[in-house]
Design a protein around this ligand. Structure first.
Ligand SMILES: [Zn+2]
Length: 216
């Protein structure tokens, strides 16, 4: 049952199943060589994650995202992450700093395969989560998880051809954040985080507009 869930989740996050595409549980069961029940169960769980939309009397679809949703999510994300990094600067211990540098270096390498690309996405999520965890505020972490920003990022990246061209810029922005944190400069760390998230937001919103074929 878990493998069905994982197979469908990966198909959506890698855009093998496209945003807005109708999901036919019978066809999916045949493709995966399983019965209908685990597919239905997986769809329920994916709906709870926000990856699929169940529209009554219409069907089940891969969730799609609008540029407006990306901007709204990132506005909140920016506020939460700036607060997190401000608090985290004083709280990070030596092993967390080592992990931060490891993630920064791993993400500076250009992904060559689909597996690399998935790892890059995971490393980026881990990099940002590290500050949220270190901030030591459970409510903050809860609100961040509720944004499901990682799902939007993965979904847009998967279909965005320009993504690779922004890697060097992303690496430089992560470097600015790490440097400010290492220097113990909370104000500079907040500014670097704000620049990084604002720029990511505009890149993603532009990619969504291009994909959806219009501004929205
Ligand atoms: Zn990042």
């Amino acid at each position: 049952m878990d493998t069905v869930l994982e197979a469908l989740r990966q198909a959506i996050l890698s855009s093998s199943l496209r945003p807005g595409e109708r999901l036919n549980p019978g066809d999916l069961a045949t493709q995966l060589g399983v019965s209908l029940m685990p597919v239905r169960h997986a769809i329920q769980l994916l709906a709870a994650e926000g990856l699929v939309e169940v529209r009554p009397r219409s069907g089940t679809f891969v969730a799609s995202v609008s540029a407006r949703e990306v901007r709204e999510t990132f506005e909140i994300r920016c506020a939460l992450e700036c607060l997190a990094v401000e608090k985290a600067v004083a709280a990070l211990d030596a092993s967390e700093l080592v992990e931060l540098r490891r993630l920064r270096d791993a993400m500076a390498k250009v992904p060559r395969s689909e597996a690399d690309r998935r790892r890059h996405g995971k490393d980026n999520a881990a990099f940002h989560l590290l500050f949220l965890r270190a901030a030591g505020n459970a409510k903050l972490l809860e609100m961040y998880a509720g944004l499901r920003a990682h799902i939007q990022i993965a979904g847009v990246h998967a279909g965005d051809q320009d993504w690779r061209s922004r890697l060097a810029q992303e690496a430089a922005e992560h470097e600015d954040i790490v440097r400010a944190v290492e220097a113990g400069d909370a104000a500079a760390a907040v500014e670097a985080m704000r620049r990084h998230i604002t720029r990511s937001c505009e890149s993603l919103a532009a990619a969504v507009e291009k994909k959806n074929g219009s501004a929205d």
